[in-house]
Design a protein around this ligand. Sequence first.
Ligand SMILES: [Zn+2]
Length: 330
Amino acid sequence: MSILIVKGGIYVYFGSVRFFKHLILAAAAAMIIVPTILCVHYGLAYYSLRQELASERPGSVPGSAGDPKAPGGLLSNPVAHCGFNLVYAAGGENGNPRASDLLSYQSKYPNLYVDNDFQYTIPDEKTVYLTFDDGPSSLTPHVLDVLKEYDVKATFFIVYKDSETAKDLYRRMVDEGHTIAVHSTSHIYKEIYRSVDTYLADFAQTAQLLESATGVRPELFRFPGGSINAYNRSVYMPIIAEMSRRGYTYYDWNVGSGDTAHNKTARTICENVINGCAAHHESIVLMHDLASHDSTLAALPEIIHTLKESGYTFAALDKDVQPAAFGYPD
Ligand SMILES: [Zn+2]
């Protein structure tokens, strides 16, 4: 304070060696004190946000009570292995998740579960799984006739139709040894893939129809547009996780018949399938049984005849067949 009291001394002080010593000391002190204050401040803010996040979404914070890798996490749940962090703390009675810990869609559709009891088996013979999407339609009875004539079992990924004719076809498929599986109710990508909720609602309607019509609960499904497409990139992971948690298995395909191409003919479909199957021990072939697909129907006998002659076996999909699934994009 003496610098302010002694008249003129202030001018002597500024610029003196003592002044610069004090300046350096003050700067050094500021360099220590300011970061320390900031560290404490942001440390407290981080801790508080972390606590908030852990209570909002247990499992989303590594090392928190809900972390599947932390004690108390549900490592036995398959979803925990998918890395989606959708499995929550075993905080409820008997180690079950509390209702408040579940994402809302996990508690919906209590009947929409199937046993996760499969074991993948690789057949000895080269095997072809013909799959028909988007039916039933007026073409379907004819497809079934051809399959019956050649004693071939196939898989139908159904788009919802609840007419008596359609229900008869579902029953005929089951009676004749084919697999019925869920494709979609609306088949409108923009609606189905808005969220996990909208996907489940669409799936549930067709699954329930098929079960009530045939008495058989479908266990397999195929995503409209395939498991990863331009409409579901932001939501396919949680959908796949949720469907896996419920025990369902989805099948993409590894052989395209090209039967939706605008210039397709029975010949091109036939060649696509036969050439495609040559590349795989197990071929999952994508075809459609829509009313407009006469060329698919026309191609079927030659496809079956040629492949059988070449030693292939035909079978319907079941959960023991290892799925063809599109790889996740980078
Ligand atoms: Zn489709």
